[in-house]
Write a protein that binds this ligand. Sequence first.
Ligand code: GAP
Length: 510
Amino acid sequence: MITNSEDRFKKIIAHCKEYGFIFQSSEIYDGLSAVYDYGQNGVELKNNIRDYWWKSMVQYHENIIGLDAAIFMHPDVWKASGHVDAFNDPLIDNKDSKKRYRADVLIEDHLAKLDEKIAKEVARAAERFGDSFDEQMFCQTNPRVQANRKKIEEINARFVPAMEQGLLGELKALIEELEIACPVSGSRNWTDVRQFNLMFSTQMGSASDGASLVYLRPETAQGIFVNYLNVQKTGRKKLPFGIAQVGKAFRNEIVARQFIFRMREFEQMEMQYFIRPGQENEWFDYWKDMRMRWHLSLGIPQEMFRMHEHDKLAHYAKAAVDIEFMFPFGFKEIEGVHSRTDYDLGAHQKVSGKKLQYFDPDINESYVPYVVETSIGLDRMFLAVISHALKEETLEDGSQRMVMNISPALAPVKVAVLPLVKKDGLPEKGREIFDKLKYDFHCQYEEKDAIGRRYRRQDAIGTPYCITIDHESLENDTVTIRKRDTMQQERIPTDKIASVVRKRIEIKPL
Ligand code: GAP
């Protein structure tokens, strides 16, 4: 059985490799840290998530249109956007273990431990007092809870401004005063805190003709900002309207860990929604709600998600909320919804010297639009889907199976076509069915091994339907269709397979 969360996470990673979902990049050279490749099943699942997001944004909203901007952009884009100056993480090294950490993460982990202490205290009291337990009253009067709350407040009173104003000495002082030790060496022998810019850079053009410095984009959003007027004018769009884009982004993360959760090369699905200034709160709430409904439409239960309002805002944001998902290592950000005001368009207008105003015919005024963005990591979404879906089940006969209860719409393979035995004309009949179905769905044909083993292999990659061809199929042109989750089978005519499967793999938008 998959037991504690660490074991569970290890099993998920091993499963991803064993079943061709994810491989470490350049594995034969011992891998490249925080870079991953998607295998034959991974690429299908990733494509399906991307397609569903694209449909939900571009197809289901008349006023959202797509874009595919280049990864390289003019270097001034990143000066204007604030990424050259402000896209930094504070970095600190432990002199004994030589391990590198994000100073803010060390302090946040310390705060999380204090939160945990409070939660434990509350849980113990709830058990002791039963139904009569009043949590609010308990927290207001219990001296240990009060003391820990006070500590958290005092730390935050210094931590938040230190992060906002880049006070690196203050961060180091906090780490020392809180006696935070290196998790590897256990020592408190720290270097000073330094700023570390997360953008990768390279040279464009040859050195002889004066190559220029270019960056690999750290977010896809800027491609949308600099194209907003092109799209608005050629698409004849009125505000409010949105531009959606999916593409690679690159960040030289200091601490890259937790598999595909934090990568150095990853994919984002972003949508910038251009609105009239003054309407940002209304649209911020609208998109928070829409995005949460999108997640729930995939059949993942509500309790796996929560909203987290930001205390520390990114350099561009007026308000921001994270949609967090319960990963095997706890609740972590999967998507951000940000109210970016006219920060980006205003900055591009200033640095480029080009007008980026929109003429609003409804109020007869020109202005720089405000923006509300939704930004989700495709790889994080992949990890969320797979880590929620993968289950180890004990069957009635005592045997075990690994099954991925993934939404049928996202499953890498929709239908497996399996002749019961490899003789008596069943493979030929199976091939005939496969050759017709492959134009409708991504299917797999398999005749090797006993049927039970073939079912298990399909369960492990989340195939929602297995079609089995048996001797009766030759007599009356019927097959059995087996459902992955219940393992129940029903007999249907072969000419009904496509319509039965199609009906069951649709996602109903919420
Ligand atoms: N344009 C806004 C923006 O980029 P962000 O919160 O920095 O905001 C948005 O990133 C999303 O991108 C995150 O919620 C996360 O899902 C994903 N993401 C960010 N950094 C990542 C990384 N290093 N590896 C994988 N996904 C990442």
